[in-house]
Design a protein around this ligand. Structure first.
Ligand SMILES: CC(C)(COP(=O)(O)OP(=O)(O)OC[C@H]1O[C@@H](n2cnc3c(N)ncnc32)[C@H](O)[C@@H]1OP(=O)(O)O)[C@@H](O)C(=O)NCCC(=O)NCCS
Length: 164
């Protein structure tokens, strides 16, 4: 049975492994470590199958026009290669959105495949008047407002995303 749950103390090494395996390179695993070290992971969801961690998802606070307005950036999402395309990522994303709602966050942005993220309620962020600090991302930059009214402005991720 697939279990999606909040990260627990002691999950760190398993998460590191699954992020590394999903992307087949160290960059995203290093990013998760950097975010963790800086206390910037606000939602951390783990997918577990028969006791093994097979997926992970992190959300960290973003700034809008330099202000903390209670919005989160969803990244990275990682599913163990052999377990991809079986609904694990979708289940973690749904659980993480619920968790963000329960924790009273105001909204979530994500940079990803529009066809995939639309199914969870994300829309092109430009429709809400939100733009990415990264140029040229177009409709791959998506947003989901959990509270209304949604703010407008330029969204910047935590400095760890730029290697800070
Ligand atoms: C992207 C990822 C998190 C999705 O998790 P998953 O458990 O495989 O996804 P689900 O089974 O819930 O959903 C499947 C959908 O994901 C999308 N998807 C999965 N892998 C994809 C890929 N390589 N390219 C494009 N879309 C992909 C598709 O829309 C797919 O829908 P379909 O099966 O109807 O075509 C997972 O495949 C992964 O870890 N990939 C490698 C790391 C990565 O690229 N992460 C995302 C960027 S942060």
């Amino acid at each position: 049975m697939l279990i999606c749950r909040t990260e627990r103390p002691g999950d760190g090494d398993d998460i590191d492994e699954v992020v590394f395996a999903a992307f087949d390179r160290p960059d995203e695993a290093d990013l998760v470590l950097a975010l963790r070290e800086q206390g910037a992971i606000s939602v951390s969801q783990v997918a577990e199958y028969e006791g093994a961690v097979i997926g992970h998802l992190a959300m960290s606070p973003v700034l809008i026009d330099g202000e903390d307005l209670g919005w989160l950036g969803l990244a990275p999402v990682s599913v163990w290669p052999d377990c991809q395309r079986q609904g694990v990522g979708s289940e973690m994303i749904r659980e993480a959105i619920n968790a963000a709602n329960e924790l009273d966050w105001a909204g979530i942005v994500v940079l990803g495949e529009p066809a995939f993220y639309r199914r969870f309620g994300f829309r092109p962020a430009s429709e809400l008047g939100l733009e990415s600090a990264y140029p040229g991302v177009g409709d791959a930059f998506m947003a989901l407002a959990l509270k209304q009214p949604a703010p407008r402005g330029r969204v910047s991720y935590h400095p760890a995303f730029d290697g800070g």
